[in-house]
Design a protein around this ligand. Sequence first.
Ligand code: PLP
Length: 409
Amino acid sequence: QSRWAGVPQAPSDKILGLSLLYTLDANPNKVDLGVGAYRDGNGSPWILPSVRMAEKILQDTESDKEYSPILGSPKFIQLVQKLLFAHDTSGFQLLADGRIVTAQGLSGTGSLRVLAEFLHRFHSNHHVKVPDPTWTNHLSIMKDSGLTTSAYRYYDQKSNALDFDGLLEDLSRSEEGTIVLLHLSCHNPTGVDSSPEQWDEIIKMLSERNLVPVVDTAYQGFQSGDPVKDLATLFKFNDAVAMGKIPTYLLSQSFAKNMGLYGERVGTLSVICSGPRESERVRSQLAKLIRPMYSSPPTHGSKLVETILGNEDIYNQWLNDVKTMCDRLDSMRLLLYDKLTVEYNSALDWEHIITQKGMFCYTGLNPRQVEKLRSTKSVYMTADGRISIAGICLKNIDYLARSIDEVTK
Ligand code: PLP
């Protein structure tokens, strides 16, 4: 009798399951729109030229493979803080006042997990409101950390746009101290973000209801093509803290997409505190929490980030690289829209393909159409109709547009 006979089969990860089906599909025209990783114009993974430059430098200069400190290398943290918080007056002041604690995490997922564990340990309210829909792993991360979740309205299926009134109403009904998860930009899976004016209202509501914002940024740079411009909403949060409207926010940030460092697992978490003494206490508790989990973060990715952010030429190359990725995604959106509306004269409204931002587009295709696309056309996307724009290139766009048109006629 096996000791593990009672272990039930866990449901397979939907996106990874989709990738497997795609791999097994023999159709030469097959299209993979499931996975959220950038692909170049030939449909291949892309190592950013800035990353290649940093790799060369590291190869010549790296002198050890020692452990990093529990919270990451101080130089890495300093440079990431400069990237995230030094471009606006309020953020700069929060940094100067010693009010921001930042630690390296295992990319965005690991950073969110540490924040969730921190909240579970030190925040009295264990309930998190997440947008409906959200990245599915958000729910698992929060639940596995002992937090409970419920959804606030976010996306209106009828108009393929933000349900802002619903969002605000659901936040207004939150109990004091409720944790609220917010996507900073390029919302996954919908590609729909709040406008600057709407963000002002959201922050006002967070303030009025005394809610605790957890801000997640996994696609910094993919909204405007400029990683610094994409922080505009974060600047609003910094202003709100500086003006005493909200006492804190927590931030999770990932270099997976904007540096193409997916497998290197490099990102950060930050907690905004009331002053340097509190920061010191929070820092000590983050270290206490991380030490038994994974002891210290991996160093290769963070050394690459450190090299990119710390060298002006490579930093400028990185800005170009982000723009290259963002421009390609935008051009594929435009082309897909043109093909559907002009070339195939689709009777449906596809405007949202070009108004949504980032790596993903919520097509509005229903589960039946998604299944038909997979079984009859070998076009793979998640059941909610989300497509990864990165999977589109000149080689497959015509086939894709024709297939979408056919199943939606
Ligand atoms: N947050 C969101 C909204 C995401 O879409 C992702 C990745 O898909 C992440 C966080 C974390 O990704 P990673 O752990 O690869 O940095």
